[in-house]
Design a binder for this molecule. Structure first.
Ligand SMILES: [Zn+2]
Length: 136
């Protein structure tokens, strides 16, 4: 699927990308972990590797100082995957820790690799970051 700034946002909000997740990709800070989560999903769709890295908590299992390899992995994953649908099942908001449970419909080389995950986010210096995920 090809997206442009005038397409509906891949996060499933029903509004245009340029009025939804694009401002976050351009530097605006998401107010909640839910906004952050959705903007990361959109970032994968657009292969926005820098945004994925920027919003990953240092304790995340993917976090590595070997940034070039990490970038390559994210890029490969996002290029080979179509991010068809995001459905939010639950959002538990908190001051410094939040969780989002979601269903992601993904296909990689025509193969269904959809999953349901409960993600945990921590707020660090005013910025929500993806800490970890648990498959359900
Ligand atoms: Zn969006």
């Amino acid at each position: 699927m090809k997206y442009s700034v005038n397409s509906l946002c891949p996060c499933g909000s029903g509004i245009k990308y340029k009025k939804c997740c694009q401002p976050f990709h351009n530097g605006k800070l998401p107010k909640t972990a839910l906004e952050l989560m959705k903007s990361r999903f959109s970032a994968f769709t657009f292969s926005n590797v820098a945004y994925i890295i920027k919003t990953t908590h240092i304790e995340n299992q993917d976090f590595t100082i070997e940034i070039d390899n990490w970038k390559k992995d994210i890029l490969e994953f996002s290029k080979n995957t179509s991010f068809d649908k995001l459905k939010i099942l639950e959002f538990v908001d908190g001051i410094e820790e939040s969780s989002v449970t979601f269903e992601a419909t993904l296909f990689s080389n025509q193969k269904d690799i959809s999953f349901t995950e409960k993600s945990t986010f921590y707020k660090v210096d005013g910025m929500w970051l993806y800490h970890s995920g648990e498959f359900l």
